[in-house]
Design a binder for this molecule. Structure first.
Ligand SMILES: Cc1ncc(COP(=O)(O)O)c(C=O)c1O
Length: 343
């Protein structure tokens, strides 16, 4: 049976050209700062994001954690949406490893509102209060279907944060998808924020790695914290070469993933057990809601038996993600296999 894996855009395998680039990569010891491929990757990603510097890290979670730690001191407080990846999927790392209290906010569609932050600002001279030092945003917004954070809102939130002494970090694991979907460059998107973490191992299809970008001073601190968290790597050029190849060859093609995601949602729009909304699909993530019973985990199991792999986010929500290893023909095959299960 043919299996089409739509669980996540992290399931991709390196392409033959990417494997070649990795096999031929020039390497050094990156902890000593002399791996030429890592240096090249960091320079390229900093340029693409319009920031002074970048540091290569093993994962998106470490990119966020290093950023939180580098912007704050233990005892600080950060503002963030309650459905952000940092909150839902990173094991309270900000509390455990950076000593930072998380102030979780709501906001329709995963988008925070300035008023929500404004009403929670505290008098810093009052000894009772945690220092409020950071606002974390996410773009695209993963848990809510790969939505692009509207740029005007991003700029408004960052502007308000800066006026009130907060730094701004953006979890841009899928900023490349946001750029392709919105027609903006990654640098335009990241212009209002102080730091961003970006991933090479999601839609771009590299096997490992993320980067944190920001000012040169900030990245010097982030580089220290990467080492603190055990993220210093040696001949990392081998994996950095995969990331460089991905940056140079796999960004524009994300438009195919976006088209395929919409094609999937459209093709299953008549499904009885799950409700698809093709209009809501902005990038490569399709969220479908159950219409009654069975619950989402059971539907996911039945789809897996039919060769369509996807994920349940909770009892009512199923997620499908398109990526480099799934072309339009595979999406059509997934629709054909899923239809009888869902109707
Ligand atoms: C929005 C977002 N941020 C951060 C991460 C963490 O990336 P990693 O799995 O590389 O730690 C993910 C992973 O899927 C993500 O979707």
């Amino acid at each position: 049976m043919r299996v089409i894996d739509l669980r996540s855009d992290t399931v991709t395998r390196p392409t033959p050209a990417m494997r070649r680039a990795m096999a031929e990569a020039e390497v050094g010891d990156d902890v000593w700062g002399d791996d030429p491929t890592v240096i090249e990757l960091e320079a390229e990603v900093a340029r693409m994001l319009g920031k002074e510097a970048a540091v290569y890290v093993p994962s998106g979670a470490m990119g966020n954690l290093v950023s939180v730690r580098s912007h704050t001191r233990p005892g600080d407080e950060l503002f963030i949406h309650e459905l952000a990846h940092i909150v839902v999927h990173e094991q309270a790392g900000a509390a455990v490893l950076a000593g930072v209290q998380t102030r979780m906010l709501q906001g329709a569609g995963g988008v925070l509102e300035v008023g929500e932050i404004a009403s929670r600002l505290r008098d810093p001279s009052d000894v009772h209060h945690a220092r409020q030092s950071l606002l974390c945003l996410e773009n695209t917004i993963g848990e809510l279907g790969g939505r692009v954070l509207p740029q005007e809102r991003l700029a408004e939130l960052a502007g308000f944060a800066h006026e009130n002494g907060l730094r701004v970090h953006m979890d841009g694991a899928r900023v490349w998808n946001a750029a392709v979907a919105s027609g903006r460059t990654p640098a335009e998107i990241a212009a209002p924020v102080d730091s961003a973490s970006v991933c090479f191992s999601k839609g771009l299809g590299a096997p490992v790695g993320s980067a944190v970008v920001g000012s040169a001073d900030f990245i010097a601190v982030a580089r220290r914290n990467r080492k603190l968290f055990g993220g210093g790597m040696r001949q990392a050029g081998i994996i950095a070469a995969g990331a460089l190849h991905a940056l140079r060859h796999h960004v524009e093609r994300l438009a195919d993933d976006h088209r395929n995601a919409r094609r999937l949602a459209d093709g299953l729009r008549a499904a009885r057990l799950l409700r698809f909304d093709p209009e809501a699909v902005e990038t490569n993530i399709v969220i479908a809601k159950t219409t009654g019973s069975p619950a989402a985990p059971e539907i996911v199991e039945k789809l897996a038996e039919a060769g369509v792999l996807c994920a349940s986010l909770d009892d009512r929500t199923v997620r499908f993600v398109t990526h480099l290893d799934v072309d339009s023909e595979a999406v059509d095959a997934a629709i054909s296999a899923a239809e009888p299960v869902l109707s």
